[in-house]
Design a protein around this ligand. Structure first.
Ligand code: C2E
Ligand code: CA
Ligand code: CA
Ligand code: CA
Length: 284
């Protein structure tokens, strides 16, 4: 039996036994998967709401499992975090993403603004001793300017972080790497805490924009987003909204002053070449 919050207990049934076994075999397969090159990255465009141009993309990792097919990060990132494999896997993602950003730059017009790449960081990576030196090395090897990279950390991972814990992020921010607070609004951090964090962007969780998919928009959601945007801009933070699925939603969020959007309305995560095509279409 497993504790399911409070003092309620849930009995393990056949289904959850199967899940435990599946979990176990996936976990065991992780290290070899990295060696065998079974991971790949899809890129989802980040679009400037003001003019609809592509500013960059978020790197989202997938596992092409020989038996189960393509697995999403929610299915294996937690396992990689439990076993520590997230550190080499995360480093691999960072390397790939940096190389990709370099390719985009090499293929772009000389005077165009470089496409940025966003990479998710797990808490284990945040507290890992080599985060700063690894990141600097990756940027140097790819010949990338630090401002081309944005590292995404979730609000929950930073709750309660003291100055020592924040130091690596602050060092990266001082070097010019953008730091975004991911899944913003889903945690319990108090807002005054935001001022202490070395972040330059908030990524507003999808749950806040869901109520705006269709007209009429949920008036409470509108008020909340309005409030967050005004707070963020007061603190000099840019606002990215996630999960934009409809034109109605995009229009609303633009009118509310959000800066950047990401979601199926623009593009699903996909191969890196596609981003280039989208960005070139902007330029013409
Ligand atoms: P996230 O950072 O919040 O990423 C956004 C997720 O929302 C992605 O799911 C993306 O595919 C999905 N999404 C994007 N647009 C829409 C939309 O319009 N509607 C809906 N319903 N969903 C949308 P994905 O790719 O399954 O990734 C899930 C999570 O896995 C990510 O959430 C992130 O926390 C984590 N993750 C992904 N790649 C990495 C990685 O390289 N390292 C680490 N540590 N975590 C990663
Ligand atoms: Ca993210
Ligand atoms: Ca998010
Ligand atoms: Ca998330």
């Amino acid at each position: 039996a497993k504790a399911a919050g409070g003092n309620r207990y849930e009995l393990a049934d056949a289904d959850s036994n199967a899940r435990v076994i599946a979990r176990h075999s996936l976990t065991n397969g992780l290290p070899a998967a990295l060696e065998k090159g079974e991971f790949f990255i899809e890129y989802q465009p980040l679009v400037r709401l003001a003019d609809g141009t592509v500013r960059g993309a978020e790197a989202l990792v997938r596992w092409l499992h020989p038996v189960h097919g393509v697995l999403g990060p929610d299915q294996f990132i937690p396992l990689a975090e439990d076993t520590g494999l997230i550190v080499p896997l995360g480093r691999w993602v960072l390397e790939q993403a940096a190389r990709q950003a370099r390719k985009w730059r090499d293929g772009a017009e000389d005077n165009s603004e470089p496409l940025r790449v966003n990479v998710n960081l797990s808490p284990c990576q945040l507290s890992h001793a080599t985060l700063v030196s690894d990141t600097v090395a990756v940027l140097e090897n790819a010949g990338l300017c630090p401002s081309t990279l944005c590292l995404e950390v979730t609000e929950n991972d930073l709750i309660g972080a003291d100055e020592d814990a924040l130091r690596p992020l602050r060092q990266l921010a001082d070097l010019g790497v953008d730091i975004a607070l991911d899944d913003f609004g889903t945690g319990y951090s108090n807002l005054s805490y935001l001022r202490r964090l070395p972040v330059s962007q908030l990524k507003l969780d999808r749950s806040f924009t869901r109520g705006m998919q269709r007209a009429p928009a949920d008036p409470v959601d509108v008020k909340i987003v309005e409030g967050i945007v005004s707070l963020a801009h007061t603190l000099d933070l840019a606002v990215t909204v996630e999960g934009v699925e409809t034109a109605v939603q995009a229009d609303h969020l633009r009118m509310l002053g959000c800066d950047t959007a990401q979601g199926w309305y623009y593009a699903r995560p996909g191969p890196p070449e596609r981003l280039h095509t989208l960005a070139l279409a902007d330029a013409s």
